[in-house]
Structure formats: structure tokens, C-alpha cells
Design a protein around this ligand. Structure first.
Ligand code: MN
Length: 291
């Protein structure tokens, strides 16, 4: 099933002929961006699935171009992301980090407030002579709470998969700032539930800027597998329903500038697009001292 959020936080099932509004099957739904209905839907999806399907069978589809998709995440407790998880990307970054600090697998957090809807606009802060880069990634959406899980059981905690762009200011300083500016995390276009992804380690990733391919890879090149990453993360912090886990980016990252149009294709999931413009008024620059 392809599950989406659209218009004013309505819940839809996406098919070849459009979006079917199944909001009436979602317990406790309210058209409110502070609501927890989506988190509960992620948690209770298997039990709710028959109701969602029953409503979908009764309603007419609305063509995709007549709805406004929202990111398929609403009030996640966190976005966890993997660093250094493709060998070719680690190699391309090595000259930029002479002390080698980023060459080992690690996880970090991105602020949920950085989420951006499919087709949205990434707003670039003024970061002086630093570059702001695109990164395309396969993202995991958590269904069942995961704490201290084993690799063998880790995928049981996954609701499904979606696409993610981990927009990043290169250079020194804390990752949580460099990757958390508002609009820096385009997500979507929807969640494809786990049963419809035959093998998450065989997903093609491609990212184009203005029609030119910048990144092209397959998740079979992940250095740390998805179950291993989830198990590892779950021993650090509890993964909650609705949380997003970004699995890392392959080689080919590069700068984006105002006016760019980005297309990210995630095999078996869908296509996520974003435009780029300068942020107005400007965000605080790196190194800015408050007060
Ligand atoms: Mn990344």
C-alpha cells in the first residue's frame, strides 16, 4: 500500500489512477498539524489496514495533480540518519575531512522541523563560501517501537519506505545544525509499506539536478544493512512509530544553488522533487554569535 498525507493532513492511498481519501477510517483524525493521528496510524497500521482498504474501495480516486502532497511524516519524535554508509561516498568525502572524523559509520539527528513536502522549495541560507549539497537516500518509516532489537527482528519494526533528500551544509560545525535548516529534508512522495518492497537492499537511487544525473546507485551498496542499522540505533535511542530513518547517501553529492530543480527517483517508491531558492530574510550564518 502507498500511504500519503495530502491537502490539510488528510490520509490517502495512492494508486495508478490517483489518491483515494481514506481519512474517515483513521481513528482520532483531526486536521491539525500538532495531532498524533499519523503516529498512531503508523503504530496500528496492520490492524487498521482492512478498514483503510474498505474505505478505499468505496471512494473515487482524485488525480495526483489535483492534490497537494505533504511529507509522509507528522510529528515524528526524530529523524535519525546514517553517515558514511556507501563506500564511494566515503571516498569522495575523504579529501574534505583530512582528520578522517567522518569515515566511520555513525548516526546523527536531523530536526523534524526541517521536513519539506514533495514538490516543495528548499530555501538556502547564506553560508558564505561554503557549499550546500544534495543527498538522495532511501528512508525507513518506523511502525513498531524498537528498543534494543536484534538484527533478525529489526524489519518487523518497519512500516515502510520512502524517499528523502538530506540537504547538507558542508564543512565544520555540528551536523545537527548543518542538516536541520528549515526545508532541508524533502520527504516522500509517500510511504510504500514493507510488504510491497521486495528487497530494501535492491532499490535504485537516482538524483538529477536540472535534468543532469548527479547520483546514481543501488542500496545493495550500503555498507551497513538496514536491519543492522536499526538494531544499532535501537541500542542508542528508542525508535518510535512514525520516526524516520535515513539510510545514507551514495557518491555524487554536489552543490545546489537558487533556481535548481531537483528530481530524486527511488525505485519501487516514487519520485520526489524539490525546487531551490535563496532564503529571505537570511538565516543566521555559520559562526554567528547570538546577542
Ligand atoms: Mn545523508
Amino acid at each position: 500500500m502507498k500511504l500519503c498525507l495530502f491537502d490539510r493532513w488528510r490520509v490517502g492511498i495512492v494508486g495508478d489512477d490517483g489518491v483515494r481519501d481514506v481519512t474517515s477510517a483513521v481513528p482520532g483524525h483531526e486536521p491539525d498539524p500538532t495531532s498524533a493521528f499519523w503516529v498512531r496510524l503508523c503504530r496500528d497500521f496492520e490492524q487498521l489496514r482492512p478498514r483503510l482498504e474498505a474505505v478505499a474501495a468505496e471512494v473515487r480516486p482524485v488525480p495526483l495533480d489535483q492534490v497537494t502532497l505533504a511529507p509522509p511524516a507528522l510529528n515524528p519524535s526524530k529523524i535519525v540518519a546514517a553517515a558514511s554508509n556507501y563506500g564511494d561516498h566515503v571516498q569522495e568525502m575523504a579529501p574534505r575531512v583530512p582528520d578522517g572524523w567522518m569515515l566511520d559509520f555513525d548516526t546523527f539527528l536531523k530536526a523534524p522541523s526541517s521536513l519539506l513536502a514533495p514538490g516543495g522549495t528548499i530555501e538556502l541560507p547564506d553560508v558564505g563560501d561554503r557549499e550546500i549539497h544534495h543527498e538522495v537516500e532511501l528512508a525507513v518509516v518506523i511502525g513498531r517501537r524498537a528498543r534494543d532489537v536484534d538484527e533478525a527482528d529489526a524489519l518487523d519494526h518497519v512500516l515502510g519506505y520512502t524517499g528523502l533528500m538530506d540537504t547538507t551544509v558542508r564543512g565544520g560545525g555540528d551536523r545537527s545544525r548543518r542538516k536541520s535548516y528549515d526545508t532541508f529534508t524533502p520527504l516522500g512522495p509517500w510511504v510504500v509499506t514493507r510488504d510491497e518492497v521486495a528487497d530494501p537492499h535492491d532499490v535504485d537511487l537516482e538524483l538529477l539536478v536540472n535534468g543532469q544525473t548527479r547520483q546514481s546507485a543501488n542500496t545493495n551498496h550500503l555498507l551497513v544493512t538496514i536491519p543492522a542499522m536499526l538494531a544499532h540505533a535501537s541500542r542508542i535511542l528508542t525508535l518510535h512509530p512514525g520516526d524516520i530513518f535515513a539510510t545514507g547517501t551514495p557518491a555524487g553529492v554536489g552543490p545546489i544553488v537558487p533556481g535548481d530543480e531537483i528530481v530524486a527517483r527511488v525505485g519501487g517508491v516514487g519520485t520526489l522533487t524539490a525546487s531551490v531558492r535563496a532564503r529571505t530574510p537570511q538565516a543566521v550564518a555559520a559562526g554567528h554569535r547570538p546577542g
